[in-house]
Design a protein around this ligand. Structure first.
Ligand SMILES: [Zn+2]
Ligand SMILES: [Zn+2]
Length: 351
């Protein structure tokens, strides 16, 4: 049996490289040789095993939940028609395993598919077995390894598209990591009028302009919320996009910043239960739109849109991949990704 490297999350803050059988192709699948594997914020929650993430984490965890893949088609089953050997692709992991026919697939919520296929564990590994669905051939000017960033970018894009952004709005984005910066870029690309970004770290603030941000407010400023309100001419935002979670008070901030009868898109994951002021929400007639991950809206997938914007320069999400590390250094790479003082936006592993 041919073997490959695969990471296992052995326990809290302890991820190791093991040997696992290399997946075998069959008639209806492909094998992808992985070249880029992003470390996701959600992976970090489980790696840290703190707060609400604890009951979600069962150790050891083979694959360690890696799901931001890009790579090259290495083997092709005989019934596969949508991709060919050597194609450079990135993978929507939910669309890939969705049935494509149920009520949820029909409305583009692939991750709620009633009859998902099962291709086993992918994760942080050299190879991935996949169906031919949800594979996106990369434009020539998008590098294979950096296309791993499409997965988190598409989460932001999906949240905004599902909540609805017809154009011209004042949008406030709370948080300037991968989700925040790509949300800012996507809001502009979808026609937002003014985009205001709340950023914590210098490295994040430095990228804001490239992502269409008009005003940057630093979260370290005591009057950050007042500065944001001033940037909306005191009216409040038509849409607030929350991307921080963790232990941040960003849902309260969003509630203060949003104008009446407007929307808050919630993308962050909090470490613990989050109490919030329902009176404030109801008195403002606020719509709270929670969004887990990407899919399809108006017959166009979020992945397709992201790749178009990366290729035409509208949203240069490639630039968010600030650090590349070999797969063997996965433990150090997780430590780096968890340490936001080092100028990290996205860490990508290269098997
Ligand atoms: Zn992710
Ligand atoms: Zn389905």
């Amino acid at each position: 049996m041919e073997m490959m490297r695969q990471a296992t999350l052995v326990g809290p803050r302890d991820v190791r490289i093991d040997q696992a059988p290399k997946p075998e192709v069959d008639d209806d699948s492909v094998i992808i040789r992985i070249e880029g594997l992003g470390i996701c914020g959600s992976n970090l929650h489980l790696w840290l095993a703190e707060g609400s993430a604890v009951p979600l984490a069962m150790f050891p965890m083979p694959g360690a939940l890696g799901h931001e893949h890009s790579g090259v088609i290495d083997e092709v089953g005989k019934n596969v028609t949508k991709v060919k050997l050597g194609d450079r692709v990135t993978i929507d992991p939910f669309e890939n395993q969705a049935c494509g026919a149920c009520a949820y697939c029909n409305v583009g919520y692939f991750h709620h598919c009633s009859n998902p296929l099962n291709f086993g564990i992918g994760g942080y590994a050299d190879y991935l077995k996949a169906s031919e669905n949800g594979l996106y051939i990369l434009p020539d000017n998008v590098e294979t390894r950096s296309a791993a960033v499409v997965e988190p970018m598409a989460c932001s894009v999906a949240g905004i598209r599902r909540a609805g952004l017809p154009g011209g709005e004042t949008v406030v984005v709370l948080g300037a990591g991968v989700l925040g910066l790509s949300a800012a870029g996507a809001a502009k690309a979808l026609g937002a009028g003014k985009v205001i970004l709340l950023a914590k770290h210098d490295s994040q603030a430095a990228m804001a302009e490239r992502f269409g941000v008009d005003v940057v407010v630093r979260s370290s400023e005591e009057d950050a919320v007042a500065q944001i309100m001033a940037a909306t001419d005191g009216l409040g935002a038509d849409m607030v996009i929350e991307t921080v979670g963790g232990s941040a008070p960003t849902l309260d901030q969003a509630m203060d910043i949003v104008r009446p009868a407007a929307k808050i898109v919630v993308l962050g994951l909090w470490d613990n239960l989050y109490p919030f002021d329902s009176w404030k929400a109801i008195l403002k007639d606020v719509t709270l739109h929670f969004s887990l991950t990407h899919g399809m809206k108006d017959k166009r997938t979020d992945y397709a849109l992201c790749l178009e914007w990366m290729s035409n320069g509208m949203v240069p999400a490639q630039d968010l991949c600030t650090h590349y590390r070999p797969l063997d250094d996965i433990q150090a790479a997780f430590e780096l990704a968890a340490d936001k003082t080092q100028g990290v936006v996205k860490v990508v592993l290269e098997p």
